[in-house]
Design a protein around this ligand. Structure first.
Ligand code: PMV
Length: 360
């Protein structure tokens, strides 16, 4: 059946400089505030292959070689199912035609590197091509947002702003590129992996606990909008010092509101705190801000800097006990289609079935 051709896409995570935390609508992942991020290069990536066939009885999903059980209850998996259904309906796919989808990450999931962002972006990108939908980046961003909020920013490269929007249907809540990936090529993210453990509180739960229970959170949405305006000006001027301070203060503000939640949410660990001190010391010894730490919903540190300072930042991090691995990642171009399919990999339990489907 060649009506819908098999497609494989890769996408990378993004690191938010001004964070998304808290949703005004948890079914559609509509945020209380806009956010601003840098898409990372494809050295960190999710690869997703999709194919459509009438040889299986229901949609099948694999994540890192494991088939996702039909009974698994997980907000993000449910969102994936919903988005696949919506995109199939939009393309007018017949009921009898099912999707087989496999997704693999080149980095640990659930540990502060946003695998759901790259996963959501790679999936909608591959589906769009396979189903011949020709969607705009705005439409792709809206579909990706429904899988995981931060995924809507990974649909684009460079520096990306996700506009919070006001509409109830979310049609004005999408991401757009504010600076091309070549615009400030020197930006670099030095990632310090401090833990490979799965996070205890998924972000899908954390968003709502914080926005409902934290008194400190009440000031966050407007503060974040204001920070974005200032950050955009510093980005226009390529002023790293100005941008660096806003990045660190926004991360601290989000983690303060998380701690202020009830029950309290604590994603950082002792090593994360040591990273904060190490970067403070580094900036102090330089007499200016050359590096900015930021933490997502996990203990791993992202330290944003500019390329000429990257080695000094790495050295400063190497002196922190407890860091397991240090990665250096640049600004990325966003998702793309690739030739090599995951379904050629015989490690999949049903690879025989998949090969038969492909041969049919
Ligand atoms: O997309 P989610 O639901 O995994 O939320 C991610 C939120 C943060 O990573 C903590 C911040 C952000 O803007 O990416």
């Amino acid at each position: 059946m060649v009506e819908y051709e098999e497609r494989t896409a890769v996408a990378s995570p993004n690191i938010a400089m001004i964070k998304y935390w808290g949703r005004r609508d948890s079914a559609l992942n509509l945020p209380f505030n806009s956010s601003l991020s840098m898409t990372l290069d494809l050295s960190l990536r999710t690869k997703t292959s999709v194919l459509f066939t009438n040889k299986v009885r229901r949609d099948i999903f694999y994540l890192n070689h494991r088939q996702i059980s039909n009974r698994s209850v997980n907000e993000k998996i449910d969102n994936v199912r919903k988005v696949v259904k919506e995109m199939k309906e939009l393309a007018g796919v017949k009921e009898s035609v099912k999707a087989v989808i496999a997704s693999e990450n080149s980095f640990p999931m659930d540990s502060g590197i946003a695998s759901s962002a790259s996963g959501g972006a790679a999936l909608v990108y591959a589906l769009n091509s396979s189903l011949n939908l020709n969607l705009s980046s705005r439409e792709l961003s809206i579909f990706a947002r429904k899988i995981s909020g931060s995924a809507c920013r990974s649909v684009l490269g460079g520096i990306v702003k996700w506009n919070r929007g006001k509409r109830e249907d979310g049609l004005d809540s999408y991401a757009e590129e504010v600076l091309d990936y070549k615009g400030w090529e020197e930006l670099t993210d030095i990632i310090a992996i401090v833990s490979y453990r799965k996070k205890v509180i998924p972000s899908s739960v954390g968003h709502d606990i914080t926005s409902v229970t934290s008194p400190l959170y009440r000031i966050r949405p407007e503060l974040a909008e204001e920070s974005i305006k200032r950050a955009l000006k510093f980005i226009r001027d390529r002023d790293f010092e100005g941008l660096g301070e806003i990045i660190m203060r926004d991360s601290n503000n989000m983690h303060a509101a998380m701690l202020d939640s009830w029950p309290p949410i604590i994603y950082m660990n002792d090593t994360s705190i040591k990273v904060i001190h190490a970067i403070e010391r580094l900036n102090k010894s330089e007499g200016r801000i050359i590096a900015a730490y930021t933490f997502d919903a996990g203990p791993n540190a992202h330290v944003i800097t500019v390329r000429p300072q990257a080695e000094r930042v790495r050295k400063a991090l190497e002196s922190v006990r407890g860091i397991k691995k240090i990665l250096k990642v640049g600004v990325g171009q966003g998702p793309k289609l690739v030739e090599e399919s995951l379904f050629s990999n015989t490690r999949y339990p049903e690879s025989k079935l998949l090969r038969e489907i492909l041969a049919a």
